[in-house]
Design a protein around this ligand. Sequence first.
Ligand code: AHR
Length: 309
Amino acid sequence: MTHMKWIGASIVGLSMAFVASSASAVTIGFSQVGDEGDWRPAWSKNMQDEAKAEGIDLKFADAQGKEEEQLKAVRAFIAQKVDAIIIAPVVITGWDQVLKEAKAAGIPVFLADRDVDTQDKSLFVTRISADFNLEGRLAGAWLAQATVGNCNIVELQGTTGAAPAIERKKGFEAVISNFPNMKIVKTQSGNFTTDGGKQVMEAFIKATDGLKGICASWAHNDNMQLGAIQAMKEAGIKPGVDVKMVSVDYVPAIKPLLADGTVNASVELRSDIGKDIYSVVLGYLKDKKELPKWVVIASALHRAPTPGN
Ligand code: AHR
C-alpha cells in the first residue's frame, strides 16, 4: 500500500469507527409508574436530564399507574432490542413472566425505586432505591418521641400493593408496636395523590367527629398529606398544632409548611437519583460484573424547627 493509500484507508477507517461509535449510543427503556404527586414527575425529569447528559438514548414510557401498560412497554422494549430495561413497578406482583421474556432475550433488567415480588432474583440485575421500610421506621420513631409514646394515629396509605405502601406501613408499625399507647385507629389508601389524601382525610374527619382523640396523621407521601391538610383546614382543624403531621418525600411544596409548623416532619426521598441509577446500569453493561441485589439510596428525616418536634 502506498503512503497516500494508507492515509486514505486510515481516514476511511477512522470515520467508520466514528460513525459506529456515534451510532452505538446505549439504548435504555424506562417504564415509569406514572406522574402522580410531585415527587414522581421530578424524578422522571431527572432521569431524562441525566440520560441526555450521559448520551443515553432513553425510551421513556409512562404507564399512567397501570401495570398492564408497564407490561406492554417492557415487551415493546424487548422487541426494540434495547441494551437495558429499567422498571419502576406500580405494584410488586405479576412480573415473573415478562422478566423471563427479557432474560430470554438477553436484556438486563434493573429495578428502580419500587420493588417486585419474585422468588427468582436472577430475573433482574439489581434494584436501586431508598429503603422504604426505614422511611416508615424513621417516621414512627419521630412520632414516638414527639408524643412520648401516646398517640392515636390515622394513616393515609399509598397505592395498594405498591412496595412503598407495603414497606412504609411495615416499618412504621414495627416501631409503634413497642409502645402500647400508640395505635393506628383508621387507615385507608389515598393512592399517593393529593386528591386521594383529601378524600381520605374527609372520611376520617367524618368518622371521628372532627378527628376527636386523634393525635397524628401519618401519610405514606407528602402529596396525600397536602390533601389531608386542605381537608383539615376546611373542617377548622389546625394541622401541625391540633394534629401532628408526618409523611414521606420532602417535596418542595412541603418545605414552607415544615418551616411554619403546619407539617411536623417529612422523610426525604431523593428524586435526583438518575445519575446513580445510570452509573450502575452503564457499569454493568461494560463489565457484566454481578452486583448486590439492592443498591440502597440514603434517607433522612426533616423536622419543623418548633419545640417538641
Ligand atoms: O415509590 C415512591 C413513592 O411513589 C413516593 O413516595 C411517592 O410520592 C410516589 O409516587
